[in-house]
Design a binder for this molecule. Structure first.
Ligand SMILES: [Fe+2]
Ligand SMILES: [Fe+2]
Length: 260
C-alpha cells in the first residue's frame, strides 16, 4: 500500500497547490492513505475548523500538527470534534485533541498515524521518545501500518527518533523546519525515514514568511509582524510503498511539484 505524506501546508497558496494536484497524485500514484501536516495552513499560523474541513474534503485522510497547532483559538473545540486532526501527542495532559488516529484504508488496511514533537530548541514538553513507546504499546498488533510525523527543530533529535523507532513503525518523517532534506532512506529495520519533508508553500520567503520582514528582524533585532509570502509555491511530499502484512517500508521517494 502507498502512503503520501505532504509537508507543512503553508497559507492559502499552500492549500491551493494541494487542491490543484492532490486528486491527480492520488490516482496516478495509486495512493491509499494521504497524511499532511497542517500546522501552518491558516495564513501560516495554526488551523481553523473551516480550513481543516476544506483539507479533508480535498482527500487528506489525516492532518498532523506541531508547535503552531493552537495558534488559532477557534480551533480548540474543533480538535475535540474532528479526530482526523492531530496535535503532537506529547503536549501536556488536558490539552485539546489527540496525537494518534487509527482507521482503515478503503481497501481495509488498518493504520495508525502518530504525531510527536521534539524538545531540542523548542518548548520543553513531555518526552516524545517515551510517549512514542506508550502509544505504540497501546496499538493492536494487527495494526501494521504505523506512520509517525516527528515535528522537531534539531536534525539530531529527528535522526535519533528514526533509529529509536526503527523496525517498530512504517515511517518516521520530520516536519517543522520547512526545508526538505535529501536523506530519504529506509533504515535497517524497514522504517522509511526523512529528516524533513519540506514546506508545501511559498519558497520566495524565509520558511514561509515574507523575506523582507524577516531580513528586517535579523538586521534590526526589532519585533516584526509576520506576513505570509505568496510566490514560488512548491508542494513537497514523500511517497512510501509499504508491505501491509508486515508494516515494513519497501520504498520511499520524494515527490515535489513546482507551481507558479
Ligand atoms: Fe510548520
Ligand atoms: Fe512547526
Amino acid at each position: 500500500m502507498k502512503i503520501l505524506f505532504i509537508g507543512d501546508i503553508y497559507g492559502h497558496v499552500g492549500r491551493r497547490i494541494v487542491a490543484d494536484h492532490l486528486a491527480d497524485i492520488r490516482s496516478s500514484q495509486a495512493i491509499d492513505l494521504v497524511i499532511a501536516n497542517a500546522e501552518n495552513s491558516a495564513g501560516g499560523f495554526g488551523i481553523t475548523p473551516m480550513i481543516g474541513e476544506e483539507l479533508i474534503a480535498l482527500g487528506i485522510d489525516v492532518l498532523t500538527g506541531g508547535n503552531h497547532s493552537f495558534d488559532k483559538k477557534e480551533s480548540y473545540d474543533y480538535y475535540a470534534r474532528q479526530p482526523r486532526l492531530l496535535r503532537p501527542a506529547n503536549f501536556p495532559d488536558g490539552v485539546p485533541g489527540s496525537g494518534i488516529y487509527q482507521n482503515q484504508t478503503a481497501s481495509q488496511v488498518p493504520y495508525a498515524v502518530l504525531n510527536l514533537q521534539g524538545r531540542t530548541h523548542m518548548t520543553p514538553i513531555d518526552d516524545p521518545f517515551r510517549k512514542a513507546d506508550a502509544l505504540l504499546n497501546s496499538l493492536d498488533p494487527s495494526v501494521k501500518i504505523r506512520f509517525v510525523d516527528f515535528h522537531a527543530e534539531a536534525t539530531s533529535e529527528k535522526v535519533a527518533m528514526g533509529w529509536y523507532l526503527n523496525g517498530r513503525v512504517t515511517a518516521v518523517i520530520g516536519t517543522h523546519t520547512h526545508v526538505p532534506t535529501a536523506d530519504t532512506r529506509i533504515l535497517s529495520g524497514g522504517t522509511a525515514y526523512q529528516t524533513d519533508a519540506g514546506m508545501t508553500g511559498p519558497y520566495d520567503s524565509v520558511i514561509g514568511v515574507d523575506r523582507d520582514i524577516i531580513l528586517h528582524r535579523f538586521l534590526s533585532a526589532m519585533p516584526v509582524r509576520m506576513e505570509a509570502a505568496k510566490a514560488m509555491v512548491e508542494l513537497h511530499s514523500v511517497i512510501i510503498d509499504a508491505d501491509q502484512t508486515t508494516g515494513r517500508a519497501l520504498s520511499i521517494r520524494r515527490h515535489t511539484i513546482c507551481g507558479e
